[in-house]
Design a protein around this ligand. Structure first.
Ligand SMILES: Nc1ncnc2c1ncn2[C@@H]1O[C@H](COP(=O)(O)OP(=O)(O)O)[C@@H](O)[C@H]1O
Ligand SMILES: [Mg+2]
Length: 331
């Protein structure tokens, strides 16, 4: 078939096709895409409203479809000259031709998307959301520690300095009280920072971070913890796997304390072949999982995290307790 014939076919596609070069300059646009966007050859493709606003790390592409592990398709509002209010589905393929690297942007009406694509897209979006949540937690933890924490600490020291030069008993008593409030605030900040981002995580890895957190929880809540970890010392978690597992355990412990009012919690983690099994058992008052109305985000996030790590999770509990959360991830 001749090139011109191919061109005619693409020209009449019911999907919009835009071909752009590496600098996002349009080298080809078919009728449908022009109709939807009003863009023309030679112009550069603007970012959709989602990508314009999203937070992007240093080496990441702003366009969510241009990343290494792109979404199969993505729904957002396209900045255009024809003032449509609809969101469109977009997907992108990279093309390497003799003349260089190109990107082919396909624009569709939302109804043209398949069920399979929907599922995959949802999973990837959840993944994105969780990663964004982790980086936001990290940022807040850093701010709390480096900024607010340091300021409160210098106030605390300043106050202590003044206290030593005050003789008037009425004022020393007041200063002592202020001192106590400050100590409480510092302890609270420290706890919050650790919960947001276990400090040790970045340097020492999963096991050390978990052991240290369990020590903190034990001291803080004054309950019995037993922690059994049987994983090879040289086990390396990929990317954020360890952090996901840590968050699962953290949520299970929080639930046991908050909802179950547990006085004893057992955590066990062990490796069999390529699977890492975990269970968290509490002696709290339990719950009937069938009666949950599905509003809690905690359990949902735990499910989504194990799914991302190619595993599974279940809750074995009944009213009156105990509760066992058990599952595995693939490592
Ligand atoms: N270990 C537990 N002991 C008792 N109840 C629990 C436990 N874990 C979960 N639940 C119940 O499941 C519900 C949903 O939990 P979750 O999704 O974490 O939401 P949240 O903690 O925000 O309420 C809780 O409100 C509670 O009723
Ligand atoms: Mg919860």
């Amino acid at each position: 078939m001749k090139v011109e014939d191919f061109q005619k076919i693409v020209e009449e596609f019911i999907e919009g096709i835009v071909i752009m070069d590496e600098s996002r300059t349009i080298t080809y646009i078919n009728k449908k895409a022009h109709l939807i966007t009003g863009w023309q050859v030679g112009e550069s493709v603007p970012y959709c409203s989602y990508c314009q606003l999203r937070e992007v790390s240093e080496h990441e592409e702003r366009c969510i479809l241009a990343n290494d592990n792109p979404l199969p398709s993505f729904r957002s509002h396209i900045p255009n000259y024809v003032n449509t209010e609809t969101d469109f589905e977009m997907s992108m393929n990279k093309l390497e031709l003799a003349g260089g690297h190109y990107q082919v942007l396909t624009i569709r009406n939302p109804s043209q998307i398949t069920q399979d694509e929907k599922v995959k897209m949802q999973e990837l979006l959840i993944h994105e959301t969780m990663q964004a949540q982790e980086s936001e937690r990290k940022r807040i933890a850093r701010e709390l520690h480096d900024h607010i924490g340091q300021s409160v600490y210098s106030l605390y020291l300043g106050l202590d300095g003044i206290r030593r030069h005050v003789d008037n008993p009425e004022y020393t008593e007041r200063l002592d009280k202020m001192n106590m409030v400050m100590e409480g605030t510092l302890a609270c900040l420290k706890r919050l920072t650790k919960e947001l981002r276990p400090q040790l995580f970045d340097n020492l890895g999963f096991e050390t971070a978990l052991r240290s957190s369990v020590d903190d929880w034990q001291r803080l809540y004054n309950i019995d913890f037993s922690l059994n970890i049987h994983i090879p010392e040289d086990l390396k978690f990929k990317n954020e796997e360890g952090l996901h597992l840590y968050r699962i355990i953290q949520e299970a412990v929080n639930n046991a304390l908050r909802h179950g009012k547990a006085t004893s919690i057992m955590i066990e983690i062990y490796k069999v072949d390529n699977e890492l099994y975990f269970q968290i058992v509490d002696n709290g008052k339990g719950f009937d999982i069938d009666k949950l109305n599905g509003t809690g985000l905690g359990l949902r996030h735990m499910r989504e995290r194990v799914k991302m790590l190619h595993g599974d999770i279940k809750w074995i509990s009944e009213e009156g307790g105990p509760t066992r959360v058990e599952g595995y991830i693939t490592v």
